[in-house]
Design a protein around this ligand. Structure first.
Ligand SMILES: [Zn+2]
Length: 263
């Protein structure tokens, strides 16, 4: 499996992806908003885009579909419940479905509600596994829930699915928000040395060569995976004085999500 992360350089800071089979050159494009960059990248490598995967229905993820389909004839795949929201869907996906790309690539579909209620993530069970997580999980952050999502479902997705993936899983999100998210982590947890170190290392990085985290790194620097950290809880209590003594992780997650909206 070959993964190409494509930086769109737009205001929303979207990442698009091409996943290719090295034997056949067939490629899957994930959320190819910048259809020109995606088509050019595929041409440069000699790949044919045969499928488009939308992680969810938001326009900054689906806006390139029509042009890719017009130029390549690719099929559009997305969550089965997105079919009224995404034009021209050829395949509706559910949990456990497998997407094949060429002869060698297999991607497992996770049904991951929260950011929207029709959101999928893809997992490659390669030697070093990889997660393509759209707007569910960001580097050092979590998706928002204010355009058709629910924080409670987002917590379930984190707790029941994402946190159970192998720790060496590579994380490929739908946007480049890492610097801002690390600042939020440090605001919540000023003593987080890993987050401070990573922010120092990444400040001003070129998103064309973005740092790729693993789930292990996320566990160290992503507040939404650090729900039992005493610092996180203590700082949260300053904002929410009625937080119980030993808050359950769901409560911590929901309060963090709320705080992040106004931060
Ligand atoms: Zn979105």
């Amino acid at each position: 499996m070959i993964v190409k992360q494509i930086w769109t350089a737009n205001n929303y800071r979207n990442f698009n992806y091409l996943i290719a089979c090295p034997e056949t050159g067939e490629a899957l494009a994930i959320d190819p908003l910048d259809h020109e960059k995606c088509l050019r990248a595929a041409a440069d490598e000699g790949w044919n885009i045969t499928q488009v995967l939308n992680t969810h229905e938001h326009r900054d993820h689906t806006g390139g579909n029509a042009e890719i389909v017009r130029k390549t004839g690719a099929k559009i795949l997305a969550h089965k419940n997105a079919k009224d929201k995404i034009e021209g869907m050829a395949r509706g996906l559910g949990a456990g479905d497998v997407i094949k790309v060429g002869r060698t690539v297999e991607l497992e579909v996770l049904d991951t509600p929260g950011h929207t209620m029709a959101h999928v993530c893809l997992v490659a069970h390669t030697d070093q596994p990889a997660l393509f997580c759209g707007d569910t999980l960001f580097n050092a952050g979590a998706g928002n829930c204010h355009n058709g999502g629910h924080p409670n479902e987002l917590y379930n997705t984190f707790a029941q699915q994402l946190s159970k993936l192998p720790s060496h899983t590579l994380i490929y999100p739908g946007h480049d928000y890492i610097e801002n998210n690390l600042r939020f982590t440090l605001d919540r947890e000023p003593d987080n040395a890993s987050a401070a170190e990573l922010l120092k290392q990444l400040s001003g990085q070129d998103p064309n060569q973005a740092f790729v985290t693993t789930l292990k790194v996320e566990g160290e620097v992503n507040t939404f995976f650090r729900l039992s950290s005493p610092s996180v809880i203590a700082r949260l209590r300053a904002a929410f004085p009625d937080l119980p003594d030993q808050p359950d992780p769901r409560t911590v997650f929901l309060k963090l999500r709320e705080l992040r909206n106004s931060w």
